[in-house]
Design a protein around this ligand. Structure first.
Ligand code: GDP
Length: 565
């Protein structure tokens, strides 16, 4: 503006802003000052992220109804797969395609002339794994509950996973043909978990079905259509395609094959596309009936051939100019490399306070797992009580359940930026791996008070340096024998190492039954300092005589760590 710096600073002072010569001003202040000097200011568009493809804003007038996309969830053996099969058998008109239905990860059915898309991988694990990758494809969740078995742990998990994703739930009370089926008991149990059926004055839709007898299937589909209508599920079909990768694999003959659920726009043969770090041109598309198609509109699952690489499930697929596709893919590959080096940490107790102060965190999301329901409730109540008198951050329990910390807990924590608090339970090997990969903080406690203390201290930045345990190895107890009145466990080191100085935790079915020091460690008849993976050893645990075959010893040591921030 050819102005002296002093002049500008003086004007700013008059506006009540004490600025220094090299201070950044926000746009509003800058334009105010400029106007004082008779200059108009224009804001530059924000810098574009070279690894992102700008989203197309759809004019609301361009949106038309699209079929809802449905995921089936529920406890194991409650009939998810059977229900999907029953729906497919009763509602896919096969004569057009000579009776062949393809497995491509999703399929379309017709009910009352309207279409519904079902994702063919039932369970909340797949659902949440996608969400952890930033993809949300499900519009409606069907919660299958067996009428003879009732609400079980994974039923509750599924409810919480769907709720955390804001996806409406329709309950299918299955196996009503069975003797001992009690739909009312299921309704009662679900009511206790916040799903109150409509006929009891609530707003949860519940449909009695039998996947075996194929009864109630029509009613279920009608309810899906009803909910879809209420939700106004819409998309613009007339634009470049945007979708999500449902499955992808490398096929020997055909090269990379990706099942895509098109969500917006229409995908055509010949379109140039990018999905994750893979790009290419659509060479062929095959629908859920094995037919070749030339185009695929919103809510259409299709197999797409023509990508040069195999993308990952959950990646976005975008139709975009070829040059852009290539450039963005290259930038993404480069970014992935740097990301791997400095992965962004999810919420963790160690730097919680810093994240609160930086304004990154308003809700402290927590997943609770404990050995018994009593502890789950005690933890939940006391953690929520921390909200009284704390305005800066609120504790929010995303899921609470009984049992070992499983992979689905870790994926839920990852998707909802939560930390996991385990009480008298342990993560299994897979969840531990997943937690490392997803950067999920798992905290294990044996005293409720300590868990509360840690969370409260972390919220106020007072978390003292703590000891963090370092897992050294895992050992399986294979045989128990008594030698001159001493009970010795014959064991096998599954992973890592066991040291005679180690601490051990005895785990039976995912529950901690004892924690303490090792008393002796032997190979054959000799005392040894350590035994590595793949070798057998004899162990006795200090003050614990109750080792059983099949027990797992988690071997660890404590290291001091300082909280960051
Ligand atoms: P998923 O683990 O939830 O996918 O459950 P499945 O679909 O594999 O079903 C578990 C078991 O329940 C199988 O033996 C099915 O045959 C049975 N089953 C599923 N639906 C029904 C039903 O409506 N009635 C009866 N009687 N059995 C069913």
């Amino acid at each position: 503006m050819s102005m002296q710096v002093g002049e500008v600073i003086k004007k700013l002072m008059m506006l009540g802003v004490m600025a220094t010569i090299n201070q950044d001003l926000d746009f509003d202040t800058a334009s105010l000052v400029a106007t004082e000097f008779g200059v108009t200011v224009q804001e530059l568009p924000p810098e574009e992220d070279p690894t992102e493809i700008a989203e197309i804003e759809d004019d609301p007038a361009s949106l038309v109804l699209r079929p809802p996309v449905v995921t089936v969830m529920g406890h194991v053996d409650h009939g998810k797969t059977s229900l999907l099969d029953a729906i497919r058998q009763t509602h896919v008109t096969t004569q057009e395609a000579g009776g062949i239905t393809q497995h491509i990860g999703a399929y379309k059915v017709t009910c009352q002339g309207k279409k519904i898309v079902f994702l063919d991988t039932p369970g909340h694990e797949a659902f949440t794994a996608m969400r952890a990758r930033g993809a949300q494809v499900t519009d409606i969740a069907i919660l299958v509950v067996a009428a003879d078995d009732g609400v079980m742990p994974q039923t509750i998990e599924a409810i919480n996973h769907a709720k955390s994703a804001n996806v409406p739930i329709i309950v299918a009370i299955n196996k009503i043909d069975r003797e001992g089926a009690s739909p009312d008991r299921v309704k009662q149990q679900l009511s206790d978990h916040g799903l109150v059926p409509e006929d009891w004055g609530g707003d949860a839709i519940m449909v009695p079905v039998s996947a075996h007898k194929k009864t109630g299937i029509n009613e279920l589909l009608e309810m899906i259509l009803l909910v879809a209508e209420m939700q106004e599920i819409k998309a613009n079909p007339n634009r470049q395609a945007f979708g999500t990768i449902i499955e992808a694999k490398l096929d020997k003959g055909r090269g990379p094959v990706a099942t895509v659920l098109v969500q917006k726009g229409t995908l055509h043969i010949g379109d140039s596309i990018i999905a994750g770090t893979a790009y290419g041109k659509v060479r062929a598309m095959i629908n859920d009936r094995g037919e070749k198609v030339k185009k695929a509109g919103p809510s259409t699952p299709v197999e797409v051939l023509g990508l040069a690489d195999v993308p990952q499930a959950g990646d976005d697929l975008v139709a975009v100019d070829e040059k852009i596709a290539r450039a963005v893919a290259e930038k993404r590959i480069a970014k992935r490399r740097t990301d791997e080096l400095m992965q962004s940490q999810k919420v963790s107790l160690d730097d919680l306070f810093k994240q609160i102060q930086d304004g990154n965190i308003k809700d402290l999301n927590i997943v609770i797992k404990a050995d018994v329901q009593g502890s789950v409730e005690a933890l939940r109540q006391s953690l929520l009580a921390l909200n009284n008198g704390n305005a800066e951050v609120r504790v929010n329990i995303v899921h609470a359940g009984v049992g070992t910390i499983n992979e689905s807990d870790v994926m839920l924590a990852s998707a909802s930026n939560a930390l996991i608090i385990g009480f008298n339970v342990r993560p299994d090997a897979n969840s531990r791996k997943a937690a490392t990969a997803e950067k999920v903080d798992i905290r294990m406690y044996r005293i409720i008070y300590e868990a509360l203390n840690d969370v409260e201290a972390a919220m106020t930045g007072m978390l003292a340096p703590t000891f963090k345990e370092v897992i050294q190895g895992r050992v399986e107890i294979r045989q128990i024998f008594t030698i001159s009145k001493v009970i010795i466990a014959g064991a096998y080191v599954l992973e890592g190492k066991i040291f005679n100085s180690s601490q051990v935790r005895v785990i039976r079915d995912g529950i901690v039954v004892h924690e303490g020091a090792l008393e002796s460690l032997r190979r054959f008849k000799d005392d040894v300092k350590e035994v590595a993976a793949g070798y057998e050893c004899g162990v006795t645990v200090d003050n614990f005589r109750d080792l059983k075959e099949g027990d797992i010893l988690e071997v660890f040591t404590m290291e001091q760590i300082k909280p960051k921030g």
